[in-house]
Ligand binder design. Structure first.
Ligand code: GUN
Ligand code: ZN
Length: 644
C-alpha cells in the first residue's frame, strides 16, 4: 500500500494518482472494459488512450484463462502483449461471469496465480457476487467467503490487489466487508451493484455507498464495478469513487444507444445532429443510423467513449473547482431515479461531513434539494450551538446580498442593552454578524435575483424599538463581528479571552466588508471572501496562547519538525496527531510533540486521513517565523457576485 496520492479534493471526491508498474493512473478514471480477444474488441486499447485519453483498461482474466488460444499468448507475452498495450491493465477475476452464468470453473487461487503469471498491474480477488436481494444468510456467506479468499490472495500477491466489497443492500454486511477489504486491498472494489444500476435503483446504490464509504480506508483507491454510464460518474465521484469501469459503451452501442451525460438516446430516433464531437463531425449522427450494422456499432461505441471521457474530465474539473455537488445535482435531473439517488445521498449527510471543506469559492443552487447540501447542514448545526446563550434575536427582512447596510441597524437600545439581529437568508435566519460566512455569504439562489422576496425594510423592523436610528452603527457591528467570528470558529471561551487582546477589525472602504483583524500595526487575521478569520503567523501565536491543547492543532512528527518550522509542507506520513474536529481547508496550528508552535497552515486532508495516506500533503504551510504567504488572491476587496 502507499501507491495512492491525493492531489486535490472536493469533499469525498478526489483527484489522485495511483502508481502502477506500467505508469500512473490519474483518478477519477474510467477504465473501459476491453475484450481480451483483439478480434472482438472494436476499439483497441492503444486507440482508447490515443484518441480518448483513456490511459488504463480492465479486462477479464477469466475469459483469457478459459480460452486456450488467448491464455497461450498471455502466458508467453503477458496480458500487455496480448492486448498490445503498454499502459496500466487491471484484470477482473470471473465473479461477473458467476453473476451472469451462475458459476465459474476456476478456484480463487488458480485465477489469482494466473493473473500474476500474465503480469497484470492490478489483480482482482475472485469474490462471491452477492445479488442485491438474497436472504441475509446467503449474503453473509458470500461476504465471509470473499474475505477468506482476499486474505489468501494478500498473502500470495505482492503487487497491487483489488479486493471486492460485497454485502448486497445489507448495510451491516457492507460495513464488515469494507473494513476487511481495507486491511487487505490496494484497490477497494465495491461490487454486486450492477443489478442496482441496471434497474435504476440509485437510491439503493446510494445507501450501499453510505454504508460502505466510511469503512473504506482513505488510503485505498475506491473502485465501483460496472459504473459505465456517463450519467452516473458525478454521482459516484461524489461518494469518493476513484475508478469507474464498464463495458456499457459497447453494450449500448450494440443496441444502437447513444450515451450522453443527460441520458441515453436511440440512434434511430435522431433527426438532428445532437453531437459535434470530432467523431460525429466526420459522420453526422443522423447518418450513423443508416450505416451497415458493424460500422454503426463501432461509431456509436466511439461516440460513447468520447462522451464518457469528456464527462470524466468534467468531474475532475468540478473537483478542482469545488463544484461537485452542483455537477451531481445537474446530472440528477437526467432521470428521476438518479434524483432519488441524490436524495438518499443527502439523507446520509454524516458520511460527507468529516471531509466537507470549511468553505468553497461559490455556492450556487441548482435543484430543490441544493439547500440540503452538507455545507448547509453543517452551518445550521453549528448555528444552533452558536446561538445558545445569546439572544433573544429579532428578525430583519430578507435583503439581497449586496444591500445589507450595517450602519442602519442599531446594535443596542437607547439604554445600552445589546440587540441581537438575524437576517432572513435562503438557508434560514442568520445572525447579522455571520452573514458573510460560507455558505451564507456566497449563497446564490433564485431569491437573490427575484425581487419578490424583498419583504419589508430595515426601518420597518425597527419600529417601536427605543433605538437611535441616526447613529452610524458600523463600528459597533465591527466589534461584534470580530467577536462572533472568534466564537464561531473557536467557541465562546476563546472568544472571551480574545476580546481582552485589543484586536481591531478593519473594513474594506469600498465594499464595507470586514477584511482584517489587527493588533496595533500588525495583521493577526485576514478575513477572505468566505467570511472566516484566518490567522497569520502573529494570529497563530496568539491563538496558540489561548486555545487549550489539542484544539486547532496538528502535531508534527519529530523528523519533519525542522522542515515545517522553515515553512515546508507537512506531508501526511509525518502527522502524529491533533484536533480531530478540523476539516479540509481549515486553518491549523502546527506544533511539535511538546506543543511548541512551528507554523500555521491550511488542511488538505481531514484528520482521519492524515498518517494513513503514505504520500502527499496533509497541511499546506501558509505562515511561520520567517515568512508569510499573502492572503488568497481571490479575496480581493470587492467580491462581485460570482459570474458563473
Ligand atoms: N464486475 C461487475 N460487478 C462485479 C463484482 O461484483 N465483482 C467482480 N469481481 N467483478 C464485477
Ligand atoms: Zn458524438
Amino acid at each position: 500500500m502507499g501507491d495512492f496520492e491525493l492531489l486535490a479534493r472536493d469533499g469525498l471526491a478526489r483527484i489522485g494518482r495511483l502508481s502502477t508498474p506500467h505508469g500512473p493512473i490519474e483518478t477519477p478514471a474510467l477504465l473501459p472494459v476491453v475484450h481480451p480477444d483483439p478480434a472482438r474488441q472494436p476499439v483497441p486499447p492503444r486507440e482508447l488512450r490515443r484518441r480518448f485519453g483513456l490511459g488504463a483498461v480492465i479486462t477479464s482474466s477469466y475469459i483469457i484463462w478459459r480460452t486456450p488460444p488467448l491464455s497461450a499468448v498471455a502466458e508467453e507475452r503477458g496480458v500487455h502483449g496480448l492486448l498490445e498495450f503498454d499502459g496500466p491493465v487491471m484484470t477482473d477475476s470471473g465473479a461477473f461471469q458467476q453473476h451472469a452464468y451462475g458459476h465459474v470453473e476456476v478456484t480463487d487461487e488458480q485465477i489469482l496465480a494466473f493473473q500474476g503469471r500474465i503480469g497484470t498491474d492490478i489483480a482482482t480477488v475472485l469474490d462471491i457476487f452477492v445479488e442485491p436481494d438474497v436472504p441475509r444468510e446467503v449474503a453473509e456467506a458470500g461476504v465471509r467467503e470473499t474475505i477468506v479468499r482476499a486474505t489468501r490472495a494478500r498473502t500470495a500477491r505482492a503487487g497491487l490487489l483489488a479486493v471486492p466489497v460485497q454485502g448486497g443492500v445489507d448495510a451491516e454486511l457492507r460495513r464488515e466487508s469494507a473494513a476487511a477489504a481495507t486491511g487487505l486491498g490496494d484497490i477497494l472494489a465495491v461490487g454486486g451493484v450492477v443489478p442496482l444500476m441496471e434497474r435504476y435503483r440509485f437510491a439503493d446504490l446510494a445507501r450501499v455507498l453510505i454504508a460502505t464509504r466510511p469503512a473504506l480506508g482513505p488510503e485505498g483507491v475506491v473502485h465501483l464495478f460496472g459504473t459505465g454510464h456517463p450519467m452516473t460518474f458525478a454521482f459516484a465521484a461524489l461518494f469518493g469513487v476513484d475508478l469507474f469501469d464498464s463495458s456499457a459503451y459497447l453494450k449500448f452501442a450494440r443496441r444502437g444507444m447513444l450515451m450522453f451525460p443527460e441520458g441515453s438516446v436511440p440512434v434511430d430516433g435522431i433527426h438532428e445532429n445532437l453531437c459535434r464531437c470530432a467523431l460525429c463531425e466526420r459522420i453526422p449522427l443522423t447518418e450513423v443510423a443508416r450505416l451497415p450494422p458493424e460500422e454503426r456499432e463501432v461509431r456509436i461505441a466511439e461516440h460513447n467513449l468520447s462522451v464518457s471521457a469528456e464527462e470524466v474530465a468534467r468531474v475532475r474539473q468540478a473537483i478542482r473547482d469545488g463544484t461537485m455537488w452542483e455537477l451531481a445535482e445537474r446530472r440528477s435531473t437526467s432521470h428521476p431515479a438518479l434524483a432519488a439517488g441524490l436524495r438518499a445521498a443527502i439523507r446520509g449527510t454524516r458520511v460527507f461531513l468529516p471531509t466537507e471543506p470549511e468553505s468553497r469559492r461559490a455556492f450556487r443552487t441548482t435543484v430543490a434539494t441544493s439547500g440540503l447540501r452538507p455545507a448547509v447542514i453543517r452551518f445550521l448545526t453549528r448555528l444552533e450551538a452558536f446561538k445558545a446563550g445569546r439572544g433573544p434575536y429579532r428578525t430583519l427582512p430578507f435583503v439581497p446580498l449586496t444591500t445589507l447596510a450595517l450602519r442602519e441597524v442599531p446594535a443596542e437600545t437607547r439604554d445600552g442593552v445589546p440587540l441581537h439581529w438575524e437576517v432572513v437568508r435562503p438557508v434560514g435566519a442568520v445572525p447579522l454578524e455571520l452573514t458573510d460566512v460560507y455558505p451564507v455569504g456566497c449563497y446564490l439562489s433564485p431569491e437573490e435575483f427575484d425581487g419578490s422576496r424583498r419583504t419589508g425594510s430595515v426601518r420597518e423592523a425597527l419600529e417601536g424599538l427605543a433605538v437611535d436610528v441616526e447613529r452610524d452603527w458600523v463600528d459597533a457591528w465591527t466589534r461584534r463581528q470580530v467577536d462572533a467570528l472568534f466564537a464561531w470558529r473557536y467557541g465562546p471561551d476563546a472568544a472571551r479571552a480574545l476580546a481582552e487582546e485589543n484586536l481591531v477589525g478593519r473594513r474594506s472602504p469600498k465594499s464595507g466588508r470586514l477584511r482584517r483583524i489587527e493588533h496595533g500595526t500588525t495583521i493577526h487575521f485576514h478575513v477572505g471572501s468566505e467570511g472566516l478569520a484566518r490567522p497569520t503567523w502573529k494570529g497563530a501565536q496568539l491563538l496558540h496562547r489561548i486555545l487549550p491543547y489539542p484544539q486547532s492543532r496538528v502535531v508534527v512528527a519529530p523528523d519533519a519538525v525542522p522542515f515545517v518550522r522553515q515553512g515546508r509542507t507537512l506531508f501526511s506520513r509525518f502527522v502524529a496527531g491533533g484536533d480531530g474536529s478540523l476539516v479540509p481547508g481549515a486553518s491549523a496550528l502546527l506544533v511539535d510533540a511538546s506543543d511548541e508552535l512551528l507554523a500555521v497552515g491550511r488542511l488538505v486532508l481531514a484528520p482521519g486521513e492524515m498518517g494513513r495516506l503514505m504520500r502527499g500533503t496533509a497541511v499546506r504551510v501558509v505562515g511561520h517565523a520567517k515568512g508569510e504567504e499573502p492572503p488568497d488572491p481571490d479575496d480581493g476587496d470587492d467580491p462581485a457576485l460570482p459570474t458563473r
